[in-house]
Design a protein around this ligand. Structure first.
Ligand code: ADP
Length: 292
């Protein structure tokens, strides 16, 4: 496998040449494949014994096998929380690896954006008993080209973070709006005959923006990009205290990228954060421009 890049260089006499840099990246690709396979095999192998440990702990916790002392119960709670975390970690690692390697099939179809939002908020109700999760959607009936399962997973991940990183009693809002952006406008002051269309037109590119807004602790400006990298957390103790894996946003980013979209965050420390997911719509609005 060869990676090729081109550069235009000018020598001191002003002569222009094209520099072609070719690098053999076969070794790197092979190494990446081995790493992917290793992660996948280890995670699969971990999953079976973990499920069994998890089940045994849950059974012990029900008291069906006899009562435990207070200390025993406390130990069991710690083991329970940690196996929960390990199960999440293994499943997140496998998820990310499957999406990255293209093994996960993210097939897309036309879905109603309002349905995606309702499913995501419904899925979060059980976690959100101390928070108010509100829905604010575009009044338009908006059909978007997406994989509903993966899109709902992305939105629930963002809502779950919004709940995790804000105080009880806080409000989390899921909103959606249609954004129309002018990509190319033909100069309407020139005569129509000069264009390759019978009349001057404006092409407007449409995107659907989902927003998950919270009133939580916020994210420092220098971490707004890195939180989307795997295992990056604002505070290392978040993994322990909040039970996170540091993989949720990396998974969201991969899913959104597979949809040809963008994900980013804005935040004010101590006041809250807003996570945006922009999905391209499969339509352009072509308008006939006014000719004065
Ligand atoms: P996890 O939540 O499992 O730690 P994520 O990849 O979902 O991992 O998030 C990475 C980090 O980004 C979190 O640990 C947290 O520090 C920060 N973060 C994510 N969402 C929010 C939010 N809504 N408010 C504040 N910090 C957040």
């Amino acid at each position: 496998t060869v990676d090729c890049s081109f550069k235009v260089v000018k020598d001191p006499l002003g002569k222009t040449s094209i520099l072609v840099v070719q690098r053999d990246i076969s070794d790197r690709k092979a190494l990446e494949r081995i790493k992917d396979e290793f992660i996948s095999v280890v995670s699969h192998e971990l999953r079976t014994p973990l499920t069994s440990i998890h089940g045994s702990i849950k059974l012990l916790a029900t008291g069906q096998l006899g009562d435990l002392s207070d200390d025993g119960q406390q130990m069991l709670d710690i083991a329970d929380q940690n196996t929960d975390r390990l199960v999440r970690l293994v499943s997140d690692v496998l998820d990310l690896q499957r999406i990255e390697s293209g093994q996960a099939k993210i097939s897309k179809h036309l879905c109603d954006a309002a349905d995606l939002m309702t499913h995501a908020t419904d899925a979060m109700r059980s976690m959100a008993y101390h928070h108010q999760v509100t829905l604010k959607s575009t009044p338009l009936l908006t059909m978007v080209w997406a994989n509903p399962d993966y899109m709902v997973q992305t939105l629930t991940n963002l809502i779950s973070n919004a709940i995790k990183f804000s105080q009880p009693g806080g409000t989390v809002e899921l909103a959606a709006e249609l954004r129309i952006e002018e990509r190319r406008a033909k100069d309407s002051s020139s005569p129509p005959e000069s264009h390759d269309t019978p009349f001057p037109i404006t092409i407007k590119h449409t995107e659907l923006w989902f927003q998950v807004i919270d009133q939580g602790q916020g994210i420092p400006a220098d971490k707004l990009e890195s939180v989307f990298e795997r295992f990056q957390q604002v505070d290392a103790s978040d993994a322990r205290e909040k039970g996170g894996t540091g993989l949720g946003l990396a998974i969201c980013r991969k899913i959104v990228e597979q949809h040809g979209g963008k994900i980013w965050a804005e935040s004010v420390l101590g006041q809250g954060s807003c996570f945006f997911v922009a999905l391209p719509m499969s339509c352009w609005l072509v308008e006939k421009a006014e000719v004065s």
